[in-house]
Design a protein around this ligand. Structure first.
Ligand code: UFG
Length: 328
């Protein structure tokens, strides 16, 4: 298939691009490089463009005779979405609608959409099944849920075929440590912990130690970025016109902030000092995926299950790229 990966220069997108190329697809990347890195894209495959630029989207879809789109070009920081919701609604909602309409105009009928565990809000049941109530508690989660509804409506009315993948906490780096996580500013737990191990930060601020969890810190389901990429490649072949598929992508096992810190201490040999802070706005206490559906339907299973292996994968990248893609 000819696949346009929108946001393919970003963290998760670049790993999906690599997986698609390895699976034999013909891949193009459209990215504005606001967060992405040209160095992570295969040579000659990058089209610079904005989600807001309908003409650029249509040109890319038409010129490259695209069969399917994967869409990673969203902002994905929960705290930032609380502080600046306009940025999130504009890009994640308006920008994505623009992409869907460009696809309609050019007759491209297949999309894999990156959604999130944040659509569930504070779940009543953990591990969370796909049909659990959707009650986001932050603007980021609302933007993604709104797009899930739009996709279902576009499928019914216009015959769009789509897959929604609800990611839990993406982490780790490519197994050869040539592409990995490089956000500015960094807000995610594992890279911040590893910046402490690299001596770039004094300590980790732990946001909330009074959650209703065994050690008082938040529990998340950390899913390796190559396992996420694999889910995209598997689901692409299953998309049918006018139909939607929705899967959680997580390991099904949670780790608390303290457990991640302990794993990082073992992996790096660094003491990683921590300082307790108040809770961060928009954080649910525990998010762990039920991944039964994707395991059953797509015969997908994560290759990385233990938090220590995941942290070790991220550590290999951060050690060899202490300043991310800017490392000389
Ligand atoms: N945390 C800290 N200190 C930090 C950074 C994070 O204690 O310096 C804590 C957070 O409070 C949270 C946990 O570590 O409890 C994980 O935080 P991240 O920022 O790494 O990730 P989030 O769970 O907030 O968000 C991520 C993605 C979202 C996605 C969500 C779904 O960024 O896109 O996972 O679980 F929606």
């Amino acid at each position: 298939m000819i696949v346009l990966v929108v946001g393919g220069a970003g963290y998760i997108g670049s790993h999906a691009v690599r997986g698609l190329v390895q699976a034999g697809h013909d891949v193009w990347v459209l990215d504005n490089l606001s967060q992405g890195h040209a160095a992570s894209v295969p040579a000659g495959r990058l089209v610079r463009g904005e989600l807001a630029d309908r003409g650029a989207l249509e040109t890319a879809l038409r010129d490259h005779k695209v069969d399917a789109v994967m869409h990673f070009a969203a902002f994905a920081s929960v705290p930032e979405s609380v502080a600046d919701p306009a940025k999130y609604y504009q890009n994640n909602l308006v920008g994505t609608l623009n992409l869907l309409d460009a696809m309609r105009a050019t007759g491209v009928g297949r999309i894999v959409f990156s959604s999130t565990a944040a659509v569930y809000g504070v779940p009543e049941v953990v591990p969370i099944p796909e049909d659990a109530p959707k009650q986001p508690i932050n603007p980021y989660g609302f933007t993604k849920l709104a797009m899930e509804h739009a996709l279902a409506d576009y499928a019914r009315a216009y015959g769009l075929g789509y897959a929604v993948l609800r990611y839990f906490n993406a982490c780790g780096a490519s197994s050869d440590a040539t592409i990995g996580e490089d956000h500015t500013p960094e807000t995610h737990l594992i890279p911040i912990i590893l910046q402490v191990a690299l001596g770039q930060r004094e300590s980790l601020s732990v946001f909330g130690t009074d959650y209703p969890t065994p050690d008082g810190t938040c529990i998340r389901d950390y899913i390796h970025v190559e396992d996420l990429a694999d889910a995209h490649i598997r689901v692409l072949d299953r998309i049918e016109p006018g139909r939607g598929l929705t899967y959680n992508v997580g390991t099904g096992v949670g780790a608390s902030v303290r457990e991640v810190v302990d794993a990082a201490r073992r992996v790096t040999g660094h003491p990683i000092p921590v300082v307790a802070h108040p809770r961060r706005a928009g954080d649910p206490p525990s998010l762990v995926a039920s991944s039964q559906a994707i395991r059953r339907d797509l015969e997908w299973s994560p290759r990385y299950n233990a938090i220590e292996e995941i942290v070790a994968s991220a550590w290999k990248w951060h050690k060899s790229h202490p300043h991310g893609y800017g490392t000389p």
